[in-house]
Ligand binder design. Structure first.
Ligand code: 2HA
Ligand code: ZN
Length: 268
């Protein structure tokens, strides 16, 4: 059998292991039906000359957009049509390492298998491009389908700027502490489209988490665990809201004064 690119590369293996761990959480949470959701991480820091010399194992594919900051970068991406629960157990069989070519508008697969990357690649790569340009050191992007948060986007009142952010912050103090920027909203767009990618990165200037109306959530972070944590914290707040509602009352939420106190104490 062909040797895996992970053999003898400890730090790269650790990054992929973390992707597999998070993929398992997404499945356990019920956020990843069938092939739902995707994960990409920027692995350029782990690349050595031997990987740089690897020939392509796929044709050259267009990204669909030009992303200048990604020239020569490498990403590990979940494969399109692959199950998150399979990525959890066999990451290298259900994802692939891609290399962005010098035109910054196309890519090729280099390892381990010619698994075509996620259908939301345009959005994911646009997010990575924006993270590099901003210099925030973030290397991970996640897209997933959390039931509670998606349900909330079916209420037009929650789609107004920062309404959902303030509501979720007010459910439990940790939400504000660990998701201090709140979440941006992208009105419904065709899945996998470049329009969706462009609207997403517009929101990322202001937020680390972005809701796609009636579809799902995108989050970015220094690593995939932290990107996942942000969605998890928001989903917990949504659960508290809907538990109170199902008990038959409107939750009061923490007061603006209590939130301001938290903002000062945590330097948010
Ligand atoms: O990868 O979630 O939005 C499957 C999806 C597309
Ligand atoms: Zn999706």
């Amino acid at each position: 059998m062909k040797k895996s690119i992970l053999e003898g590369r400890q730090t790269l293996k650790e990054a992929i292991d973390q992707v597999a761990e998070v993929a398992g959480y997404l499945w356990q949470k019920g956020w990843a039906e069938r092939n739902g959701g995707n994960i990409t991480i920027n692995i350029t820091e782990h690349i050595d000359t031997e990987i740089e010399a690897l020939p392509a194992i796929s044709p050259v594919y267009p990204i669909g957009t030009t992303l200048p900051a990604l020239k020569g970068c490498y990403f590990f991406c979940k494969g399109t049509n692959r199950r998150m629960r399979d990525l959890a157990r066999w990451p290298m069989e259900n994802g692939a390492v891609i290399r962005i070519l010098d035109d910054c508008a196309s890519y090729e697969i280099v390892a381990d298998a010619p698994v075509k990357p996620t259908s939301e690649l345009a959005s994911h790569l646009a997010m990575h491009n924006q993270m590099i340009e901003s210099g925030n050191g973030y290397r991970a992007a996640i897209h997933t389908h959390p039931i509670d948060l998606i349900a909330m986007t079916h209420n037009p009142a929650f789609l107004e700027k920062d309404v959902l952010t303030n509501l979720l912050w007010s459910m439990i103090p940790e939400t504000r502490a660990f998701c201090p920027k709140g979440l941006g909203i992208v009105p419904y767009k065709m899945p996998s489209s470049v329009e969706l990618a462009e609207a997403t990165i517009e929101q990322l200037h202001e937020y680390d988490v972005v809701m796609w109306e009636k579809h799902g959530v995108c989050a970015v972070g220094p690593d995939i665990m932290e990107a996942f944590d942000q969605v998890d914290v928001l989903s917990k707040a949504a659960q508290i809201y809907l538990t109170a509602k199902s008990m038959g009352f409107e939750p009061t939420g923490t007061t603006q004064e209590q939130m301001d106190e938290l903002k000062r104490a945590f330097n948010l």
